[in-house]
Ligand binder design. Structure first.
Ligand SMILES: NC(=O)c1ccc[n+]([C@@H]2O[C@H](COP(=O)([O-])OP(=O)(O)OC[C@H]3O[C@@H](n4cnc5c(N)ncnc54)[C@H](O)[C@@H]3O)[C@@H](O)[C@H]2O)c1
Length: 341
């Protein structure tokens, strides 16, 4: 079992067969609510057993699948469940599932009685290397993630067997963020996908990607500066996600290619073919679907990264060497052309 610390607040355990101990030491704990979603039920039941074996009372709360878990209606139902169960100040919320459950479960833990202990058991690759790490919680309102608070999980437990058994589609979805982490600071991840595609060694990929996010977050918790680097591929990616209605991972993959092209133009980046090769090997698209270019541009312009001078984008001077740069509309246009827009 590998252990990675974020500040002194969160401990990440990476291993197999639900690495022990799932729950951090807490003599006052009497109850645990396990919040989950349909695809993670089997893992949630094992987590319940592990929690129950420590002598606490455990209750399961099944949220609706995917983004529906992040509605205020689902959150309100969850609060009633906690009230009926008697979850108190010294008790624990455990979120077992993909990013939708860690986001929503995190929000519930952060707001219940002004904040109770939170444990994450991410069961998708995306949640394990991204959503569960960094303390951002969120629910959706008029737009995605409009409501949320920062709340650190005390512990994050990643079971590599669970991640290895995911269907290819979910492995691809997470691979986009893993390759992003690799491009930022762990070239071995990019190599792993280039060489073996979706059969890339998760024992290498997961800890390396977790470390990239944990390092960035430790240095910059509230996103004043360095945390912005995690947005590599997301400027164009977000625009595409909503304009073309494609998944986040697929949109980020295309966004990474656009960012590589802009990097070629402004930073002498010379590895765009490596980026494309790794993404394709992971079953991800590297060209945009047919979609109105202007609608993507409008969404990019509205993106919060836009400042008075133009758009701030994360670019690469090389693999493992990211920089934040102001780019002009022409630079951005070159990135869009590179992905066929
Ligand atoms: N807080 C953050 O910093 C952060 C970062 C990135 C993404 N996110 C959020 O994460 C969410 C996306 O995460 P996601 O892709 O994990 O989505 P998700 O939670 O919706 O899960 C995707 C699907 O996988 C299923 N599933 C979960 N575990 C499984 C398993 N072991 N085997 C088979 N199926 C399983 C789920 O039931 C669901 O149908 C979005 O809401 C996004 O906003 C948050």
């Amino acid at each position: 079992v590998e252990s990675i610390l974020i500040d002194s607040e969160s401990e990440i355990l990476i291993g197999r067969d639900l690495p022990d101990p799932l729950l951090p030491p807490n003599p006052d704990r009497r109850r645990v609510v396990v919040i989950t979603q349909p695809g993670a039920r089997v893992v949630a039941e094992r987590a319940m057993q592990a929690a129950a074996s420590t002598g606490v009372e455990v209750s399961l709360l099944l949220m609706p699948d995917r983004e529906a878990a992040k509605s205020l209606t689902a959150v309100e139902r969850a609060y009633h469940h906690l009230a009926d169960f008697g979850l108190g100040r010294h008790d624990t919320v455990m979120a077992v599932g993909g990013g939708a459950v860690t986001d929503s479960g995190g929000f519930i833990a952060a707001t219940w009685m002004r904040g109770v202990e939170l444990v994450h058991v991410p069961t998708t690759l995306l949640a394990a290397i991204d959503a569960a790490i960094g303390g951002k919680t969120a629910v959706n309102l008029a737009g995605k993630n409009l409501v949320g608070v920062f709340w650190h999980p005390r512990r994050i437990v990643i079971d590599l067997d669970v991640i290895a058994s995911l269907p290819d589609e979910l492995k691809s979805e997470g691979a986009a963020e893993a390759i992003k982490a690799g491009l930022l600071a762990a070239p071995e991840i990019v190599e792993a996908y280039l060489e073996r595609g979706l059969a890339a060694d998760l024992e290498l990929v997961v800890p390396a990607a977790v470390r990239v996010k944990a390092d960035v977050v430790s240095r910059d918790f509230r996103e004043a500066g360095e945390r912005a680097l995690l947005n590599l591929g997301h400027t164009v990616g977000h625009g595409l996600e909503f304009a073309a209605g494609i998944s986040h991972g697929r949109a980020v993959a295309i966004g990474l290619v656009a960012a590589a092209a802009v990097s070629e133009r402004l930073c002498d980046f010379g590895e765009t073919t490596t980026v494309i090769g790794a993404l394709e090997a992971a079953g991800l698209p590297t060209r945009a679907p047919r979609v109105d270019r202007r609608s993507v541009l409008t969404l990019v312009a509205r993106d919060k990264k836009r400042t008075a001078e133009g758009i701030r984008m994360v670019l690469l001077e090389g693999i493992g060497r990211p920089v934040l740069r102001q780019v002009t509309d022409e630079d951005l246009a070159a990135g869009l052309v590179a992905v066929g827009l």
